[in-house]
Design a protein around this ligand. Structure first.
Ligand SMILES: O=C(O)CCC(=O)C(=O)O
Length: 256
């Protein structure tokens, strides 16, 4: 998986890039299998996507299923995909692929009740004393659009610097951070087909709306980071501040 010079320039200028039809069916099935496996691990039961929607809906919590995973602990079958994506990230981050590490996130929004993710920059999640160059790859497993809560980007916002973040107060959000000041922009909605994906700079302002469709919306995110650069903290640790405000239950979730 490679990008050409004009795609790289577009990424550098706009802060995001869409890649069409490069996520093959086998990789999508592997990710879907992983999602099922996580759900099974969490509940001890097997759920189809629709049953899972149903399971989440009655008490409306969580409206957003969010999980942080260590890929190696789950499916070795993911290795070829992750190594391809690491290669892509290394081009964008201008680092050797051997210096790029990958982590995995799941964002699942059940039908009709999937919550919005507010405007944020992924770099806000970093420990301020341990900066890492970052690029996130957003892999939707369903077609995505404005109605089912696709990701949205504000072009060129990655050039605005890192903003102050606070814990989101929206209902149904397990733990998310949001940009503290209001963002007066609706952003560009990514209309993607299964097989397409997008990638964005660690400082890109991005968000996603509620899922107002009749099907669950599932996406994986591959977090690609360069080596740690130790620094003297010049800002608050927003993640730690946010965690302090949450129940001990959620604190366990982010530590794990
Ligand atoms: O999948 C989504 O709805 C949001 C993903 C996101 O905000 C992120 O990867 O940081």
């Amino acid at each position: 998986m490679r990008i050409d010079k004009s795609q790289l320039e577009s990424f550098q200028e706009q802060g995001f890039l869409v890649i069409r039809q490069c996520l093959d069916l086998k990789s999508r099935q592997t990710l879907e299998h992983l999602f099922t496996k996580i759900v099974v691990n969490r509940t001890g039961k097997t759920f189809s996507a629709e049953q899972f929607d149903h399971w989440l809906s009655p008490n409306k919590a969580p409206a957003l299923f969010w999980a942080k995973l260590e890929p190696a602990e789950y499916l070795p079958e993911l290795d070829p995909l992750l190594s391809n994506l690491r290669q892509l990230a290394s081009t964008c981050l201008q680092l050797p692929a051997t210096n790029v590490t990958t982590g995995l996130r799941i964002f699942y929004k059940p039908a009709h009740c999937g919550a919005a993710v507010e405007w944020h920059q992924d770099e806000a999640w970093q420990d301020p004393t341990r900066y890492q160059k970052q690029l996130n790859i957003w892999l939707p497993l369903t077609d995505t659009n404005a109605k089912n809560g696709t990701i949205r980007f504000i072009p060129k916002s990655h050039l605005q610097g890192l903003q102050t973040h606070i814990a989101s107060e929206s209902p149904g959000q397990p733990l998310t951070l949001r940009i503290a000041d209001p963002v007066e922009h609706s952003g560009n909605y990514m209309n993607l087909k299964a097989g397409d994906f997008s990638l964005h700079h660690g400082r890109m302002f991005h968000a996603s709306s509620e899922n107002d469709s009749s099907k669950g919306r599932l996406s994986f995110v591959v977090v690609c980071q360069g080596p740690v650069q130790l620094q003297t903290a010049t800002r608050a640790n927003w993640l730690a501040d946010a965690a302090r405000k949450l129940s001990s239950n959620l604190q366990k979730t982010i530590k794990g």
